[in-house]
Design a binder for this molecule. Structure first.
Ligand code: SF4
Ligand code: ZN
Length: 710
């Protein structure tokens, strides 16, 4: 036998033995009816569920899985067979890890996080499709030196790669101050090799959530992960048999494995390669997985990467704060005539940041752009990017927008030399990079002089915001002659297509009609294509021949009828990354809406994750629909079924968030006052009877409407 297959089988057999023993022990200890589950998932033991369709729910379900696992290990001298043994190793790891959850969260005291809940995976959908997260790295083992490990991880971080750490590399990276956590795109999973399964199931659940892969379709699953999940593995340090067997599992899923041990002739080009020089690991890995990185080299003294977007800067760590709470502050992008703008002019009007911390200053960020193809509708699209770009600077935190903003600069970033002129460079460079097809010239004025900042705020910004709000409010589906598709999510959900209208934004919440319009202008052949609004067949349900035809083409025939305003008849498809899920609650004659952040139970008897799993992958499921938060207060929200009056339950946080606008909509459409007070939430009840009693008491309109189900 080759040394490689030898190692794989040795590792797989070892894991099989451990798994069988652990299952027997668990059954002896807890009996066969002990419930087992990973936290917050609708996919049971995801690897087993996806590969075989078996829904593991109790210890007694496991012996059959162990038998399947053992049958995958043939010990035959053949690489294909050996890769199956790798999959068996993944199944074993899943069972071993799953058993740990019987007595609560085994990672409570660990620096790793263990199992990744479904809602987190859904939240990764948009950054993955936009290329904001260009790939997923799995780094495991123990590197030669702490610094060597940290350099690789920081390299990935600076490129936006989502990196999962397993084993000693966690402490090695921590020792060199790598910032960790999901918000930094560096996620420590656990210390035992088996915890690698927690990233494997992320890829597997992506196939179930976004790809509409049916449980039991192993071939479809392996094809999906290979073609659509841009992951790869780095194994540092000496390789144990179990690591090699787990690596074989990764290769079976289509993820190349790069090791720092010299494997000599045991290398499998394109799948398993050695790179002994740590400084060459990252580059080689990205090449092997075909991940291309758009590098943004900016002339500023701190790192600039999307991985720093979630960075929090506490009061004690900050050098300077600009906040509209205390000083005049605003952010404004304005379109000008070409000759009114001097390209690349950056002006600091007032003092640069200086003085003893904490320094508090005014700041009006005033950007003027000009271009032959520029439209005033693109001003807010550019303006909203300021939030992201400022956050991408390491050591800068930005929250809010318009005239409600807070910006903090850390002492560390200040010490590295970061100043306002760098903010100007970031804005200039990013606008010219991302909006080059509409912006020909751009100038940036950063006003810190309080009197002048106040003048910009009051004389320029506020009137402009008001003008835009009026335009937005007047913008209805009826007032435009074009809708747009968005098929960005097709890279994960191949048959999904959002139809974006003024009153219905994309279900991810990130693409408004104006965004879609701008995207079409910026990338004419890109994901957003116009749908001329003609051929109306049913105004109430929102059925248009042009919408149907365009969606059919955009989904390669997978979906041919879509209504814009109905949840019961041909509802819009969902990809999986929706902010909220809406599902009918038949006994209340209405719908419940749950947002991704809510982890509790709903009166449908399902959590967000379970409700979410009812739809997705570009499939239409009457009665269930993913959508953005802003859609809840839209006059078009399931208007075919009677609109917002159907909403009977929402988590409290969501209810509070949408209350003002939703009340307004209910008042405007139905003359109902304080409608939100009639909607139940988890602080009132999460069971059917409790919700119904509350609705009765409040005289909720849904109770007396036509039956939602025929
Ligand atoms: Fe994906 Fe739809 Fe959002 Fe486009 S609008 S990114 S397709 S969810
Ligand atoms: Zn999506």
């Amino acid at each position: 036998m080759s040394a490689l297959t030898d190692l794989i089988y040795a590792g797989a057999n070892a894991v099989a033995g451990l798994t069988e023993g652990a299952v027997n022990d668990a059954i002896a200890k807890y009996g066969p009816d002990q419930k087992i589950a990973f936290p917050d998932t609708a996919y049971f033991f995801p690897t087993i569920y996806a590969a075989t369709g078996v829904k593991v729910a109790k210890t007694g379900d496991l012996p059959a899985c162990v038998n399947v696992l053992k049958s995958l290990i043939t010990n035959k001298e053949d690489l294909g067979e050996a890769l199956n043994a790798g999959l068996a190793t993944a199944v074993g790891a899943e069972i071993l890890e799953g058993l740990k959850y019987i007595e609560g969260d085994p990672y409570a005291e660990d620096s790793g996080i263990g199992f990744v809940p479904d809602p987190v995976i859904r939240s990764l959908g948009v950054p993955l499709v936009t290329g904001d997260i260009p790939g997923v790295a799995v780094v495991l083992g123990k590197g030669e030196t702490d610094q060597a490990v940290a350099d690789v991880v920081k390299d990935y971080q600076s490129k936006g790669i989502l990196t999962f750490l397993i084993g000693d590399v966690i402490e090695q990276a921590a020792a060199c101050n790598v910032k960790m956590g999901l918000e930094f795109r560096v996620v420590p999973l656990g210390h035992e090799v088996t915890s690698v399964i927690h990233v494997v199931t992320v890829a597997i659940r992506a196939a179930l959530i976004f790809g509409n892969i049916q449980p039991g379709d192993l071939k479809g699953l392996l094809q999906y992960t290979k073609e659509r999940v841009p992951a790869f593995v780095n194994a540092f340090g000496p390789l144990s048999e179990v690591v090699v067997a787990a690596g074989a599992g990764a290769i079976a899923l289509g993820f190349p494995v790069i090791v720092t041990t010299d494997l000599g002739e045991n290398q499998v080009p394109g799948a398993l390669e050695s790179v002994v020089d740590y400084s060459a690991v990252a580059k080689h890995s990205l090449e092997m997985r075909g991940i291309k990185i758009k590098v943004k080299e900016l002339p500023i003294p701190v790192a600039f990467a999307s991985a720093f977007e979630g960075e929090v800067i506490r009061r004690g760590d900050m050098q300077v704060e600009f906040t509209s709470d205390k000083n005049p502050a605003c952010e404004l992008v304005l379109m000008r005539d070409l000759d009114a703008v001097e390209d690349h002019k950056i002006v600091i009007d007032g003092l640069e940041m200086e003085g003893e911390p904490p320094v508090e200053m005014a700041l009006a960020t005033f950007i003027e752009v000009a271009g032959t193809k520029m439209q005033s509708d693109f001003e807010p699209v550019i303006e909203r990017k300021i939030h992201h770009w400022f956050n991408y600077m390491e050591g800068v935190m930005h929250t809010g927008q318009r005239n409600l903003v807070r910006i903090r600069i850390s002492k560390d970033a200040y010490a590295k030399g970061l100043r306002l002129k760098d903010f100007g460079e970031v804005l200039y460079n990013m606008i010219m990079d991302e909006f080059d097809s509409v912006v020909d010239k751009c100038q940036v004025t950063l006003v810190t002089d309080p009197a002048k900042a106040k003048e910009i705020l009051e004389k320029q910004a506020i009137p402009q915001y008001n003008k835009r709000d009026e335009r937005l409010a007047a913008m209805t589906d009826e007032s435009v002659d074009t809708f747009y598709t968005c098929i960005l999510c097709q890279s994960f959900a191949p048959s999904h297509c959002c139809v974006v209208t003024p009153e219905r934004l994309g279900l991810c919440g990130a693409v408004s009609w104006l965004d879609a319009k701008a995207t079409k202008e910026l990338t004419p052949t890109g994901p957003c294509q116009p749908i001329p609004k003609t051929g109306c067949m049913d105004e109430r349900k929102g059925i248009y021949t042009t919408v149907n035809d365009t969606v059919e083409k955009a989904t390669q025939g997978a979906v041919s009828n879509v209504t814009l305003y109905s949840i019961m008849e041909d509802p819009m498809t969902s990809c999986g990354c929706f902010e909220c899920i809406c599902g009918i609650m038949p006994e209340a004659n209405g719908v419940v809406i749950v947002n991704r952040e809510y982890a509790g139970m709903t009166p449908t008897g399902m959590t967000f994750g379970e409700l979410a799993s009812m739809t997705g992958g570009g499939v239409q499921t009457p009665g269930f629909m993913g959508h953005g938060r802003h859609f809840i207060s839209s006059k078009k929200f399931i208007s075919a079924e009677g609109g917002v009056q159907r909403i009977v339950w929402m988590p409290k946080e969501l209810k509070d968030d949408v209350a003002a606008k939703l009340n307004q909509t209910a008042k405007d459409l139905y003359g109902i006052d304080s409608f939100v007070d009639m909607i139940c939430d988890e602080t009132i009840s999460t069971d059917s009877e409790g919700v119904l009693a509350f609705l009765e008491e409040k005289g909720h309109p849904a109770l007396s409407m036509d039956p939602i189900m025929e």
